[in-house]
Design a protein around this ligand. Structure first.
Ligand code: LCV
Length: 257
Protein backbone atom coordinates (compact mmCIF):
# COMPACT_ATOMS: atom_id res chain seq x y z
CA UNK A 1 0.00 0.00 0.00
CA UNK A 2 1.53 3.29 -1.04
CA UNK A 3 0.75 5.90 1.58
CA UNK A 4 2.01 8.57 -0.81
CA UNK A 5 1.26 8.94 -4.52
CA UNK A 6 3.86 10.53 -6.80
CA UNK A 7 3.48 12.32 -10.13
CA UNK A 8 5.88 14.33 -12.28
CA UNK A 9 4.35 17.22 -14.27
CA UNK A 10 6.60 19.31 -16.52
CA UNK A 11 9.56 20.39 -14.34
CA UNK A 12 8.00 19.72 -10.90
CA UNK A 13 6.81 16.75 -8.87
CA UNK A 14 3.66 16.19 -6.78
CA UNK A 15 3.54 13.94 -3.69
CA UNK A 16 0.00 13.25 -2.42
CA UNK A 17 -0.66 11.94 1.09
CA UNK A 18 -2.73 8.78 0.68
CA UNK A 19 -4.01 7.43 4.02
CA UNK A 20 -7.44 9.02 4.10
CA UNK A 21 -9.09 6.36 6.27
CA UNK A 22 -6.81 7.52 9.10
CA UNK A 23 -6.98 11.19 8.05
CA UNK A 24 -3.44 11.00 6.63
CA UNK A 25 -2.07 10.36 10.12
CA UNK A 26 1.70 10.24 9.83
CA UNK A 27 2.53 6.61 10.60
CA UNK A 28 6.11 5.40 10.20
CA UNK A 29 5.04 3.61 7.01
CA UNK A 30 3.62 6.83 5.54
CA UNK A 31 6.74 8.81 6.45
CA UNK A 32 9.03 6.20 4.90
CA UNK A 33 6.90 6.34 1.74
CA UNK A 34 7.25 10.14 1.82
CA UNK A 35 11.04 9.89 2.14
CA UNK A 36 11.14 7.34 -0.71
CA UNK A 37 9.00 9.69 -2.82
CA UNK A 38 11.40 12.56 -2.16
CA UNK A 39 14.33 10.32 -3.19
CA UNK A 40 12.42 9.37 -6.36
CA UNK A 41 11.90 13.05 -7.16
CA UNK A 42 15.60 13.81 -6.54
CA UNK A 43 16.65 10.97 -8.88
CA UNK A 44 14.36 12.45 -11.51
CA UNK A 45 15.84 15.91 -10.96
CA UNK A 46 12.50 17.64 -10.52
CA UNK A 47 13.00 21.34 -9.81
CA UNK A 48 10.22 21.74 -7.19
CA UNK A 49 8.16 19.28 -5.11
CA UNK A 50 4.57 19.96 -4.08
CA UNK A 51 3.33 18.09 -0.99
CA UNK A 52 -0.47 17.85 -0.95
CA UNK A 53 -3.48 15.79 0.04
CA UNK A 54 -6.39 14.86 -2.19
CA UNK A 55 -8.75 17.78 -2.85
CA UNK A 56 -11.64 15.69 -1.50
CA UNK A 57 -10.31 15.55 2.10
CA UNK A 58 -11.46 17.79 4.98
CA UNK A 59 -8.25 16.98 6.88
CA UNK A 60 -4.86 17.48 5.19
CA UNK A 61 -3.19 15.42 7.94
CA UNK A 62 -4.09 14.50 11.50
CA UNK A 63 -0.44 14.59 12.56
CA UNK A 64 1.65 11.91 14.25
CA UNK A 65 -0.07 8.51 14.33
CA UNK A 66 -1.02 8.47 18.01
CA UNK A 67 -1.24 4.67 17.96
CA UNK A 68 2.52 4.67 17.26
CA UNK A 69 3.50 7.03 20.06
CA UNK A 70 5.64 5.09 22.55
CA UNK A 71 4.13 4.37 26.01
CA UNK A 72 7.29 2.85 27.48
CA UNK A 73 9.20 5.85 28.83
CA UNK A 74 10.70 6.58 25.40
CA UNK A 75 10.91 10.12 24.05
CA UNK A 76 7.86 10.36 21.72
CA UNK A 77 9.69 12.83 19.45
CA UNK A 78 13.21 11.37 19.59
CA UNK A 79 15.73 12.17 16.86
CA UNK A 80 15.07 8.83 15.11
CA UNK A 81 11.26 9.06 15.24
CA UNK A 82 9.90 8.73 11.66
CA UNK A 83 8.17 12.12 11.94
CA UNK A 84 11.52 13.75 12.69
CA UNK A 85 13.16 11.84 9.83
CA UNK A 86 10.45 13.16 7.50
CA UNK A 87 10.86 16.73 8.69
CA UNK A 88 14.63 16.60 8.19
CA UNK A 89 14.22 15.01 4.74
CA UNK A 90 12.08 17.99 3.67
CA UNK A 91 14.46 20.52 5.21
CA UNK A 92 17.48 18.97 3.50
CA UNK A 93 15.79 18.24 0.16
CA UNK A 94 17.93 20.11 -2.43
CA UNK A 95 15.00 21.93 -4.06
CA UNK A 96 11.92 23.86 -2.87
CA UNK A 97 9.14 21.81 -1.27
CA UNK A 98 5.78 23.62 -1.36
CA UNK A 99 2.97 22.48 0.94
CA UNK A 100 -0.36 22.87 -0.84
CA UNK A 101 -2.98 22.84 1.88
CA UNK A 102 -6.68 22.21 1.57
CA UNK A 103 -8.09 21.03 4.90
CA UNK A 104 -7.07 20.90 8.54
CA UNK A 105 -3.52 20.28 9.75
CA UNK A 106 -2.83 18.85 13.22
CA UNK A 107 0.14 18.28 15.48
CA UNK A 108 3.27 16.95 13.86
CA UNK A 109 1.71 17.58 10.41
CA UNK A 110 1.95 21.28 11.29
CA UNK A 111 5.66 20.76 11.86
CA UNK A 112 5.89 19.00 8.47
CA UNK A 113 3.98 21.86 6.77
CA UNK A 114 5.98 24.73 8.30
CA UNK A 115 9.22 22.93 7.37
CA UNK A 116 8.17 22.99 3.74
CA UNK A 117 9.71 26.04 2.08
CA UNK A 118 6.37 27.67 1.23
CA UNK A 119 2.76 27.00 2.18
CA UNK A 120 -0.07 27.80 -0.22
CA UNK A 121 -3.48 27.38 1.41
CA UNK A 122 -7.15 27.84 0.65
CA UNK A 123 -9.88 29.11 3.03
CA UNK A 124 -10.35 25.59 4.46
CA UNK A 125 -6.79 25.39 5.78
CA UNK A 126 -6.24 25.48 9.57
CA UNK A 127 -3.15 24.76 11.68
CA UNK A 128 -3.19 23.31 15.22
CA UNK A 129 -0.15 22.16 17.23
CA UNK A 130 -1.52 19.76 19.82
CA UNK A 131 1.06 18.39 22.33
CA UNK A 132 -0.77 20.07 25.20
CA UNK A 133 -3.86 17.96 24.39
CA UNK A 134 -1.83 14.75 24.64
CA UNK A 135 0.59 15.57 27.44
CA UNK A 136 3.47 15.46 24.94
CA UNK A 137 6.60 17.52 25.77
CA UNK A 138 7.27 18.87 22.28
CA UNK A 139 10.94 18.73 21.26
CA UNK A 140 13.46 21.61 21.03
CA UNK A 141 13.89 21.41 17.24
CA UNK A 142 10.12 21.43 16.80
CA UNK A 143 9.74 24.49 18.99
CA UNK A 144 12.60 26.11 17.06
CA UNK A 145 10.69 25.48 13.80
CA UNK A 146 7.66 27.36 15.11
CA UNK A 147 9.77 30.19 16.56
CA UNK A 148 11.40 30.70 13.17
CA UNK A 149 7.97 30.88 11.51
CA UNK A 150 5.77 33.00 13.78
CA UNK A 151 6.35 35.56 16.56
CA UNK A 152 6.98 34.14 20.07
CA UNK A 153 3.55 35.17 21.37
CA UNK A 154 1.80 33.43 18.45
CA UNK A 155 3.91 30.27 18.89
CA UNK A 156 3.06 30.25 22.62
CA UNK A 157 -0.65 30.75 21.89
CA UNK A 158 -0.56 27.83 19.42
CA UNK A 159 1.25 25.50 21.85
CA UNK A 160 -0.72 26.53 24.97
CA UNK A 161 -4.21 26.51 23.42
CA UNK A 162 -3.75 23.65 20.88
CA UNK A 163 -6.52 25.46 18.97
CA UNK A 164 -6.51 25.67 15.14
CA UNK A 165 -5.31 28.91 13.55
CA UNK A 166 -7.84 29.59 10.79
CA UNK A 167 -6.80 30.41 7.21
CA UNK A 168 -7.07 34.22 7.25
CA UNK A 169 -5.11 34.50 10.50
CA UNK A 170 -2.62 31.87 9.31
CA UNK A 171 -1.77 34.15 6.39
CA UNK A 172 -1.69 37.24 8.63
CA UNK A 173 0.79 35.72 11.10
CA UNK A 174 2.99 34.31 8.34
CA UNK A 175 2.25 30.57 8.47
CA UNK A 176 0.82 30.68 4.94
CA UNK A 177 2.60 32.44 2.04
CA UNK A 178 -0.53 32.81 -0.10
CA UNK A 179 -4.19 32.19 0.65
CA UNK A 180 -6.11 31.52 -2.58
CA UNK A 181 -9.74 30.49 -3.34
CA UNK A 182 -10.32 26.73 -3.12
CA UNK A 183 -11.00 26.44 -6.88
CA UNK A 184 -7.69 28.16 -7.69
CA UNK A 185 -5.42 26.41 -5.18
CA UNK A 186 -4.08 23.73 -7.48
CA UNK A 187 -3.52 25.99 -10.51
CA UNK A 188 -1.89 28.74 -8.39
CA UNK A 189 0.44 26.26 -6.68
CA UNK A 190 1.32 24.34 -9.83
CA UNK A 191 1.99 27.59 -11.76
CA UNK A 192 4.23 28.83 -8.92
CA UNK A 193 6.16 25.54 -8.95
CA UNK A 194 6.57 25.74 -12.72
CA UNK A 195 7.78 29.37 -12.40
CA UNK A 196 10.37 28.53 -9.70
CA UNK A 197 11.42 25.48 -11.71
CA UNK A 198 12.45 27.73 -14.59
CA UNK A 199 15.09 29.44 -12.43
CA UNK A 200 18.56 28.09 -11.62
CA UNK A 201 18.16 24.92 -9.55
CA UNK A 202 21.81 25.18 -8.43
CA UNK A 203 21.37 28.72 -7.13
CA UNK A 204 18.08 27.86 -5.39
CA UNK A 205 19.48 24.67 -3.82
CA UNK A 206 22.43 26.49 -2.29
CA UNK A 207 20.23 29.35 -1.01
CA UNK A 208 17.82 26.84 0.58
CA UNK A 209 20.70 24.99 2.30
CA UNK A 210 22.28 28.24 3.56
CA UNK A 211 18.90 29.35 4.94
CA UNK A 212 18.61 26.02 6.79
CA UNK A 213 22.14 26.19 8.27
CA UNK A 214 21.96 29.87 9.23
CA UNK A 215 18.36 29.59 10.47
CA UNK A 216 19.31 26.65 12.72
CA UNK A 217 22.35 28.33 14.28
CA UNK A 218 21.18 28.67 17.88
CA UNK A 219 24.20 28.89 20.27
CA UNK A 220 23.19 26.60 23.18
CA UNK A 221 25.80 24.92 25.42
CA UNK A 222 25.66 21.14 26.15
CA UNK A 223 24.60 21.63 29.77
CA UNK A 224 21.55 23.56 28.59
CA UNK A 225 20.66 20.70 26.21
CA UNK A 226 20.97 18.25 29.12
CA UNK A 227 18.69 20.49 31.22
CA UNK A 228 16.10 20.58 28.42
CA UNK A 229 16.16 16.80 28.01
CA UNK A 230 15.77 16.31 31.77
CA UNK A 231 12.72 18.60 31.75
CA UNK A 232 11.17 16.67 28.83
CA UNK A 233 11.95 13.25 30.31
CA UNK A 234 9.99 14.12 33.46
CA UNK A 235 6.94 14.81 31.25
CA UNK A 236 7.05 11.86 28.86
CA UNK A 237 7.72 9.55 31.82
CA UNK A 238 4.94 11.25 33.81
CA UNK A 239 1.22 10.74 34.33
CA UNK A 240 -0.06 13.40 31.89
CA UNK A 241 1.60 11.85 28.82
CA UNK A 242 0.30 8.36 29.66
CA UNK A 243 -3.18 9.80 30.31
CA UNK A 244 -3.10 11.83 27.07
CA UNK A 245 -2.30 8.84 24.87
CA UNK A 246 -4.72 6.50 26.72
CA UNK A 247 -7.55 9.02 26.44
CA UNK A 248 -7.00 9.39 22.68
CA UNK A 249 -6.92 5.66 22.13
CA UNK A 250 -10.05 5.17 24.28
CA UNK A 251 -11.76 8.04 22.44
CA UNK A 252 -12.46 9.97 25.64
CA UNK A 253 -11.42 13.37 27.05
CA UNK A 254 -8.16 13.27 29.02
CA UNK A 255 -8.16 14.12 32.76
CA UNK A 256 -4.89 15.96 33.45
CA UNK A 257 -5.24 16.09 37.24
C1 LCV B 1 -3.95 7.97 14.60
C2 LCV B 1 -5.93 8.93 13.88
C3 LCV B 1 -5.42 10.19 14.11
C4 LCV B 1 -4.09 10.29 14.59
N1 LCV B 1 -3.38 9.15 14.84
O1 LCV B 1 -12.34 11.59 11.77
O2 LCV B 1 1.88 17.46 18.02
S1 LCV B 1 1.81 16.45 18.98
O3 LCV B 1 2.86 16.53 19.98
O4 LCV B 1 0.47 16.34 19.58
C5 LCV B 1 2.05 14.94 18.12
C6 LCV B 1 2.33 13.82 19.06
C7 LCV B 1 0.90 14.70 17.20
O5 LCV B 1 0.93 15.00 16.03
O6 LCV B 1 -0.18 14.05 17.81
C8 LCV B 1 -1.37 13.89 16.95
C9 LCV B 1 -2.16 15.19 17.05
N2 LCV B 1 -3.39 15.06 16.22
C10 LCV B 1 -4.58 15.41 16.66
O7 LCV B 1 -4.81 15.82 17.80
C11 LCV B 1 -5.74 15.20 15.66
C12 LCV B 1 -6.50 13.96 16.09
N3 LCV B 1 -7.59 13.67 15.16
C13 LCV B 1 -8.74 14.40 15.18
O8 LCV B 1 -8.93 15.36 15.93
C14 LCV B 1 -9.79 13.96 14.18
O9 LCV B 1 -9.49 12.64 13.74
C15 LCV B 1 -9.82 14.89 12.94
C16 LCV B 1 -10.37 16.28 13.36
C17 LCV B 1 -8.41 15.02 12.33
C18 LCV B 1 -10.75 14.25 11.88
O10 LCV B 1 -11.99 14.00 12.49
P1 LCV B 1 -13.03 13.03 11.75
O11 LCV B 1 -14.26 13.00 12.59
O12 LCV B 1 -13.13 13.39 10.32
P2 LCV B 1 -12.18 10.61 13.03
O13 LCV B 1 -11.80 11.36 14.24
O14 LCV B 1 -13.38 9.70 13.08
O15 LCV B 1 -10.90 9.74 12.60
C19 LCV B 1 -10.98 8.83 11.53
C20 LCV B 1 -10.00 7.72 11.84
O16 LCV B 1 -8.67 8.28 11.83
C21 LCV B 1 -8.05 7.99 13.07
C22 LCV B 1 -9.17 7.86 14.07
O17 LCV B 1 -8.73 7.11 15.18
C23 LCV B 1 -10.21 7.13 13.24
O18 LCV B 1 -9.79 5.78 13.16
P3 LCV B 1 -10.91 4.61 13.31
O19 LCV B 1 -11.84 4.85 12.12
O20 LCV B 1 -10.13 3.35 13.22
O21 LCV B 1 -11.59 4.83 14.65
N4 LCV B 1 -7.15 9.08 13.43
C24 LCV B 1 -7.41 10.40 13.36
N5 LCV B 1 -6.35 11.10 13.79
N6 LCV B 1 -3.46 11.47 14.83
N7 LCV B 1 -5.19 7.78 14.12
Amino acid sequence: MAYTLTEIIDNFGVITLNREDKRNALSGALIYDLINSLEFMERNKVRVVILRASSRVKCWSAGHDVAELPTTNVDPLRYSDPLELGIRAIRKYPAPVIAMIHGTVWGGACDIAINCDLIIGDPTCTFAITPAKLGVPYNPSGIMHFLSRVPLNIAKEMFFTALPIEAERAERVGIVNHLVPEAELEKFTYDLARHIGNHSSESIAVMKEQARIIGDSFPINPETWEYIQELRRKVYQGKHYYEGISAFMEKRKPNFE
